[in-house]
Design a binder for this molecule. Sequence first.
Ligand code: HAM
Length: 435
Amino acid sequence: MAKKFLQTPQGMPDILPKEQIFFERVLAVVKDFAHFYGFKKIDTPILEFTELFEKGIGYSSDIVEKEMYTFETRGGDSLTLRPEGTAPIARVYLQHGMQNLPQPLKLYYWGSFFRHERPQEGRYRQFHQFGFEVLGEQSPAIDAQVVQLSYRILEALKIKPLTILINSIGCNLCRPYFKKVLKNYYNARAGQICPDCKKRLKKNPLRVLDCKEEKCQQVKNQAPKIIDHLCEECKNHFREVLEFLDEVHLPYILDHYLVRGLDYYTRTVFEIVPVDVSDFGKGKEFEAGSQATLVGGGRYDDLIKLFSRKEVPAMGSAGGIERIIKEMKLGGERLPHSKGPAIFLAQLGDLGKRKSLKLFEDFQKAKILVAESFGRDSIKSQLKIADKLRVKYTLILGQKEALDGTIILREMESGRQEIMKLDKVVDMMKKRLKR
Ligand code: HAM
């Protein structure tokens, strides 16, 4: 067995060079869409004060209760590796006085996030997300736009099929009453639910709808639906969101028990899953919140108020990049590997090596990719590498050529060689590569 310290920590995989092309593709598409939809990029630190997440995500959420990487610094502060990106954005908004900028403020980000979960396929302890947040606007058009943007990104990455699961969890006016109704329903069935749900019922009754235990699922199937208890404003808001989605022909399913695992949500919540919309209702339903959910998000109108008493309605979403890449691969997406260099630069002798270093820089300035092996001295071993790299041309700069101000060009396939002027070689090669 390999020594433990020579392994990555559990659930924190390396992203090897062969995987990078998929990450680059996802990020390129995200960047493109973000730009088009008017989002500005933001980076926040990997660490934040623990209290930000405790208050923002909610003390009774799974993330805060059992999944955070928290430690005390030498200075005595409690910091946490960010488990998600929305609470940090709320902090950014307040810390930098962004309410004074034109609203709505649209920000996007990507990076590593950390949750101490049970690692399994699609569920890691270090994973990557991209996220979109719109702050300072309460129109349902924004909810629809965030859903649309998230969906279109997955579509552009050629992920098929896709379905949006959507629900409204009301506001602080209508939700407290629904919580009571839900509590009464579950209390009457206390013998049929798991011990965790009994605790959830006391701390935050909505969380029982998130439980994955088989017996709790059965109880959930008959549970009261929040949609029947929404206030007029929440009902109208949700209706308009759905009308906007209809307008742009997005395939959604009303998931009456979708509540999402973070406490900051109000009104719209949604998830996008890789399932055909026509498969719902045929026993092939997809479990919301499971490890195949690609994007999740919703409205969080009360989050900033929680920190500052400022009323700043907001809406956002985040996508799990590893899960998205898995789906891209399942769909047979094979991305072309970036093209390797067409030229190999071989050198011989001290002067040849020195001039090669300079020539290599000239090629770099001309943006022509050139491979080299300056560490090797024998021409034979350098040509072997050139062969392996399958370059079209090798340039050979030996002692004699360096003195003459020339260089040998070898066409690898035919073995034909010619002599060129050293100070003209970059231009000449540029022309040849265009042929
Ligand atoms: P979330 O649902 O916790 O929401 O995460 C968003 C997405 O990140 C998930 O749908 C999933 O694709 C991915 N993800 C989450 N946990 C893991 C994991 N352990 N391993 C791999 N992928 C994972 C949020 O984080 C909210 N901040 C989204 C949001 C933004 N809501 C409003 N604005």
